[in-house]
Design a protein around this ligand. Structure first.
Ligand code: ATP
Length: 980
């Protein structure tokens, strides 16, 4: 028979902050408990439920759900439920059934443990107090959640992560140019949301070829353990929903998008965040939407937080881009024409921002012109006042600077696209290597020439060829080896193409020329990549692993690893277009484009494999083309029409939309090519100017606000340099039984000792442990070394064990002091604020657990302000547990009294703690609320639900903080002894 009955009150041993639980129902296997104060319901196995029955005794003070208090005198049991009997505040004798106890009531673990003689080690008590102190400090640090990840502190990434995580249920498109760190941004966002309790479960959907890279990045840089789910794994959970097997689930898009059954399972789960990488593949047209788009659409309707990642948002066309924005905010993105008109308006806003720099102007006429440009955009009294300050000759420099900054922020906030899309470009991020193009003209082999010349001569032949080969136009022209392969039936095409295609021998020569350097080769087609590798092997004895979309995960990673290996690795890796997308190859500086893609965005994706953060050298782009071939013409279009190789310009897809069809024709005709190049160049120049002036300028301003980024970086550095961390670590590692060995160069090796407390992350008894460093620079330099910070899982786990459990919450020590005679009793009581609230409110940012220390002497005088924690701790000596127990037994009544008195002393401090937290919360949230309200008047990108959520959050936080109580967290009994 189960010991649980519905209505009984229990408390979670590990998570006392959940408040008082009520048994909802139970059977012989499980018990379900509702923690109403924190809006959590938990189901436990009856056999191992980490729960303690709450039962009060005579003299205990309890609180009813109606708000009145009772001093317990006696209790009785009725059908398995306790009914307390005692006096209320008015002295009336009353009964209080346990079901009517206040959900927010505390269960005083330290008190009970002490009075039943359970004492912990003295140094545990010390560590517990210090943990509470540091936890309080760290939780309020503005960099919380961004300081732990092993990443370089890069302005635009930290700005984005900070901005996005400040929002309710962020739904954004991360659209930085290739290689600027979208994966890192998504990781930072996820890490911070997880750490602050605002997200618990995330589903991450990435192209098949990137699953492993994501898995490794999330683990290595963010210490996040992710479950990689595929069909094989899913089948192993035949009786349940495989998506329920992990909190963070990573899955391949190809797998999920093609599998309706698994999609239904994914949709049935409760996620806080959806992340979709390479989101430009989610195809959508007004006539039909692809399975990927439909799947993400359904998921994004149900999931609050959505991050879509793409470097080339418009690769599939503007409409498709618009459709992706609609996934993020369906209310706002309903009308494509309106969206286009809004974008046109950004020119004015960008001009207004530039005009801010021109004020105050030298002449009245200039000043009037600048004001007119700003006036054309702003229409609020607050902006107008700032503008007056800026233009006013009497204002001093500081006032003007502040006004300029605030106005810039307001213009960006209220009129930009920045709330939904973030796009950084190399141009404004800076510090990227140059690109050098090397074109090699090769003779067109006769097997290709034969077909191409015939197409030129005979207009109908192209159509026949398309039917015969099944290839698309113009692929059939620009990938001659694919065309040759497709004509395999022709006896003239019996020889493999690589036998006669001069690009293969040319590539072998290049490999020799670059010496020990590595070369990444990208070809459009998977078969080209595979057969090219074969050609390199047969003709040059060169082993080239191949990387393409058809490989299994293991094969792909083996190929990438073979290429990445510095010492024994291969010199060359051959990739297909799709296979290489998103991969990191910045350790290599030579890129061979074995052929050219048709779309400018794909060209940029290719270069982006090398041109990424971390690239140390100028990038060498090698392109072989056949003389007078469609490929050579395509190259000219790229070079002369849009200067595509020198840098990403971000207008490629617009040019392709405008000229894609003509291009296909011009590939066969020099004359129309000349015309096409001239037209393309003209549009390129115009678009570039427009972009510079309008949307791009705004996107750039929006995607990184340097002053804000600098603040976040400063806060992270403060945590990086925190002198308290090494001291804390030393004590904590010692107490938890982790051996630490100094390896030199700021690196230590952490290893479990035989006495280690079990269950610490990364440490298993009998195994090797790991190397770690407190230095960010050292951690970044070494793949095998972890970054130790306050956010490292080991540190967090050690802190959590103390904060959530009862480790070290009682102690007894001896004090020898010449001024105090022996035999006296003192109590050192540590109270802690307790503010039960739903996790999503993240109440800790305003009121993290705060310690109130009360030191009472035997007569009940409060000595806390005279004797510090540290000063006292270093004069204390330990005592055997049995002796401690006897001492406590002897002084039971006296201790009870001191505990009660300590509570009253501590209570006096509570109002000021609550008030300070309320003020912090109101200052922050009222500021955010008024910003958002002002914003929503101008910028339809502010969702109605964001405003409501913020107002609700403020109200909920207000009442949660108001309800803060103090709980005795730990108690140390100190007995004085004579100095001989
Ligand atoms: N802050 C950082 N610290 C260290 N390395 C970084 C940082 N940001 C980016 N990198 C490295 O730069 C490379 C590119 O980053 P990432 O893969 O996040 O870019 P991306 O924008 O997602 O690229 P793509 O558009 O190709 O998908 C990766 O190797 C990443 O590890």
């Amino acid at each position: 028979m189960s010991e649980f009955s519905p209505g009984q009150r229990w408390i979670s041993d590990g998570e006392a902050e959940l408040g008082l639980g009520t048994v909802l129902n139970c059977d012989f296997r499980t018990v379900t408990v509702l923690f109403a104060a924190s809006e959590e319901t938990r189901t436990y196995s009856v056999r191992q439920a980490p729960l303690t029955r709450v039962a009060f005794g005579s003299g205990d003070r309890i609180q009813s759900a109606e708000g009145w208090q009772m001093l317990v005198d006696d209790s009785k049991e009725e059908r398995g439920l306790i009914v307390y009997i005692g006096e209320d505040d008015q002295g009336q004798l009353r009964e209080l059934p346990e079901a009517q106890l206040a959900d927010t009531m505390q269960f005083d673990q330290a008190r009970d443990r002490l009075l039943t003689g359970q004492v912990d080690r003295n140094d545990w008590f010390n560590l517990r107090f210090r943990t509470l102190h540091h936890h309080n400090r760290i939780e309020q640090n503005p960099a919380l959640g961004l300081a732990g990840p092993k990443v370089d502190l890069i302005d635009h990434q930290l700005y984005i992560a900070d901005e996005i995580t400040g929002r309710h249920a962020p739904r954004v498109l991360l659209a930085d140019e290739v290689g600027l760190g979208k994966t890192i941004e998504a990781g930072l966002i996820l890490h911070r949301l997880l750490l602050t309790g605002r997200a618990e479960r995330a589903l991450i959907l990435v192209p098949d070829s990137l699953t492993h890279q994501w898995l490794v990045e999330l683990l290595r840089r963010f210490a996040l353990k992710v479950t990689l789910l595929d069909e094989h794994q899913s089948q192993a959970h035949s009786d349940g929903n495989p998506f329920e097997t992990g909190q963070l689930v990573l899955a391949s898009q190809q797998w999920l998008f093609n599998n309706p059954h698994r999609q239904a399972q994914a949709e049935a789960c409760d996620w806080d965040m959806l992340i979709v990488d390479e989101a430009h593949h989610l195809d959508w047209t007004p006539d039909e939407q692809g399975p990927g788009y439909s799947c993400v659409e359904r998921l994004s309707t149900a999931i609050d937080g959505v991050l879509l990642l793409t470097a080339t948002p418009e690769q599939m066309g503007l409409e498709s881009h618009f459709a992706r924005l609609r996934l993020l905010d369906p209310d706002r993105y309903q009308d494509l024409e309106r969206f286009k008109a809004e974008e046109a308006g950004y020119v004015q806003v960008a001009e207004a921002i530039d005009a801010l720099d021109a004020l105050p102007a030298a002449t009245a006429a200039e000043s009037a012109a600048a004001r007119a440009r700003i006036d054309a955009v702003i229409d609020d009294a607050d902006s107008q006042a700032l503008l007056d300050t800026l233009a006013e000759p009497e204002s001093d420099d500081a006032q003007r600077e502040a006004a300029r900054r605030q106005l810039t922020e307001q213009l960006l906030d209220r009129h930009g696209t920045g709330r939904v899309m973030f796009r950084n470009s190399r141009r404004h991020v800076g510090g990227f290597p140059s690109r050098e193009l090397h074109v090699s003209e090769l003779a067109l082999p006769s097997a290709y020439r034969r077909v191409l010349r015939r197409i030129e001569r005979d207009e109908d032949y192209l159509d026949e060829l398309l039917i015969e080969t099944g290839l698309d136009h113009p692929d059939v022209l620009i990938y001659p080896d694919a065309m040759y392969r497709a004509l395999g039936e022709d006896p003239l095409n019996a020889e493999p193409w690589w036998q006669f295609d001069p690009r293969v021998t040319w590539l072998l020569e290049q490999l020799t020329e670059v010496g020990d350097d590595k070369m990444l080769v990208i070809a459009h087609d998977r078969d080209t990549a595979l057969e090219l590798a074969e050609g390199l092997r047969v003709l040059g004895g060169v082993h080239a692993p191949v990387f393409h979309e058809g490989l299994t995960l293991v094969e792909r990673d083996r190929a990438a690893a073979a290429f990445a290996d510095d010492e024994d690795g291969c010199q060359v890796l051959v990739c297909s277009e799709i296979g290489s997308e998103g991969r990191n190859f910045q350790f290599c500086r030579h890129l061979v484009m074995f052929d050219l893609p048709q779309h400018p965005d794909q060209l940029e994706q290719r270069i982006g494999r090398l041109d990424r953060i971390g690239q140390q050298h100028a990038i060498q782009l090698h392109v072989p083309v056949f003389e007078q071939s469609p490929g050579a013409r395509l190259l000219r279009w790229y070079r002369e029409g849009m200067d595509a190789f020198s840098a990403p310009h971000g207008v490629g897809s617009e040019l392709f939309d405008a000229f894609g069809d003509e291009l296909a024709e011009a590939l066969l005709d020099e004359e129309s090519l000349e015309e096409l190049i001239t037209e393309t160049r003209a549009l390129f120049d115009t678009k570039l100017k427009e972009r510079e002036a309008g949307r791009n300028r705004l996107l750039e301003h929006n995607a990184c606000r340097p002053a804000r980024a600098a603040k976040v970086i400063e806060a992270i550095r403060e945590l990086d340099d925190d002198k308290a961390l090494p001291r804390y670590l030393e004590q904590a590692l010692d107490i938890f039984g982790v051996d630490s060995q100094d390896l030199g160069g700021n690196i230590m090796h952490l290893q479990p000792s035989p006495q280690m407390l079990d269950g610490l992350p990364g440490l298993v008894k009998g195994e090797d442990g790991f190397s770690a460093t407190l230095s960010r620079a050292q951690a970044l330099a070494r793949d095998d070394v972890q970054h130790l910070s306050w956010e490292h899982p080991l540190v967090r786990e050690m802190m959590a064990r103390q904060l959530d459990g009862n480790m070290g919450n009682t102690a007894l020590a001896l004090l020898k002091h010449p001024a105090i005679p022996g035999g006296r009793l003192m109590t050192e009581l540590v109270f802690r604020t307790h503010c039960p609230a739903p996790k999503k409110l993240h109440v800790n940012r305003f009121l993290p657990a705060t310690a109130v220390r009360v030191l009472l002497d035997e007569a009940g005088s409060n000595l806390s302000s005279k004797v510090s924690f540290g000063g006292l701790a270093k004069n204390l000596t330990k005592v055997k547990k049995a002796v401690a127990r006897d001492l406590i037994k002897d002084r039971h009544d006296q201790l009870r009294e001191l505990l009660t008195q300590g509570e009253q002393e501590a209570e006096r401090e509570l109002p000021s703690i609550v008030e300070a937290a309320q003020t912090r919360m109101r200052e922050t949230l009222d500021g955010e609320l008024s910003r958002l309200k002002a914003l929503s008047r101008h910028n339809p990108a502010v969702r109605e639900d964001e405003l409501k959520a913020l107002a609700d959050t403020r109200a909920a936080l207000d009442s949660a903080i108001e309800g803060t109580r103090l709980r005795l967290d730990a108690v140390r009994v100190i007995v004085t002894i004579d100095t001989d």
